[in-house]
Design a protein around this ligand. Structure first.
Ligand SMILES: *Cc1c(COP(=O)(O)O)cnc(C)c1O
Length: 331
């Protein structure tokens, strides 16, 4: 097949998904498995579905198109572009939203296609990425009520994405209060209260999640680590995706043994690569070359040999997206 290559261990991913889904379910929380890091590859997505997860979410509508045939509620988790409203209505069951103009566009598209599109309204809680502000809530709810082809089924919020606000019991409580305020205004209970991502996992069993009944989980499933503190998730595998790259030059340079691998910034975020041979040090990278130091390794390497890495989330995202990196699924 050739190199560089990412080896995807489906058994380990399924195991992680199962463990995390069970843990969340034990606390009354459903899981939306986030597929963007592997571009919603249909085989890997099916693995998540088989683990018992209730929803699948992806940030790109192109990815959701690839899994059109998989029967599970699909959520577009990046607030939509007005220009993609038609695809959103046809390819996703639910979308996250924070702009009334976009919601109106979704309503028009839904009407045109004789559909009802479900939305989750995103609330800003300090992370300063997407989300409506508290003082916008009443106004936007009034407008949504008039849209016959939009069904507001939930609210959501983000933590630790942009502003780096790490969730805690207080923030979940404050979010729950806002949810109650919204439910009061609507005179009904909302089905999905999606209160965070992998950075909330460590709070399960430690703090009261209040009204939160859903988490959107990407990294913890694919890499077995939570994102508030970068800790391993108990019982999960971290070696789910292994990147393999080939040595194309090996020389003693200024008293250290340096190797160049055929892999570069175009393919990965080199700062987020963890060599399985822990004595290897990643030195740096250019567009097409990755430089590593082998001086401390007890293994004797040669030109043509393969170096194995675990990958951080952004390396995984970029690596899975790179057309130059082959992908091999193992069962
Ligand atoms: C990517 C993404 C997630 C998943 O975050 P993880 O930290 O990988 O669990 C959740 N919600 C939204 C809106 C996202 O874009």
């Amino acid at each position: 097949m050739g190199y560089p290559k990412i080896i995807v261990n489906l058994k380990k991913i399924k195991h992680n998904a199962f463990i995390i889904n069970k843990k969340c379910n034990d606390y009354g929380i459903s899981v939306m498995g986030i597929t963007k890091s592997f571009l919603a590859d249909p085989i890997i997505t099916q693995i998540l579905v088989d683990s018992g997860i209730e929803f699948i979410g992806d940030s790109r509508i192109e990815n959701l198109k690839k899994i059109e045939h998989i029967k599970i509620p699909k959520v577009l988790i990046r607030i939509p572009m007005i220009s993609e409203a038609k695809d959103v209505v046809l390819l996703s069951d639910i979308s996250l939203n924070s702009e009334i103009k976009t919601i109106e566009a979704l309503n028009s598209s839904s009407k045109l296609h004789n559909k009802i599109h479900k939305i989750i309204l995103m609330i800003e809680m300090g992370d300063f990425r997407e989300g409506i502000l508290f003082n916008e809530i009443e106004n936007i709810l009034e407008k949504i009520k008039t849209l016959k082809h939009i069904d507001l089924i939930g609210v959501g919020t983000n933590f630790t994405c942009y502003g780096g606000i790490i969730p805690d019991g207080n923030k979940l409580k404050k979010f729950s209060e806002i949810v109650s305020f919204i439910e009061n205004k609507l005179q009904k209970n909302l089905k999905i209260i999606s209160g965070g991502n992998s950075s909330s996992l460590h709070l399960l069993g430690k703090v009261d999640f209040g009204k939160v009944n859903n988490l959107r989980i990407g990294e913890a499933i694919v890499l077995g680590q939570e994102t508030a503190f970068g800790q391993k998730v108990k019982g999960c595998f971290q070696d789910t995706f292994i990147l393999q790259a080939e040595i194309i030059e090996l020389k003693l340079k200024e008293n250290s043994l340096r190797a160049i691998l055929a892999l570069g910034k175009q393919d990965v975020d080199y700062e987020a690569l963890i060599p399985l041979d822990s004595s290897i040090k990643v030195i740096g990278a250019s567009s097409d070359h990755l430089i590593i130091d082998l001086s401390n390794s007890t293994t004797i390497y040669d030109i043509g040999d393969i170096i194995n890495f675990r990958m951080g989330y952004f390396s995984l995202l970029r690596g899975m997206t790179s057309p130059y990196i082959k992908k091999e699924l193992i069962y």
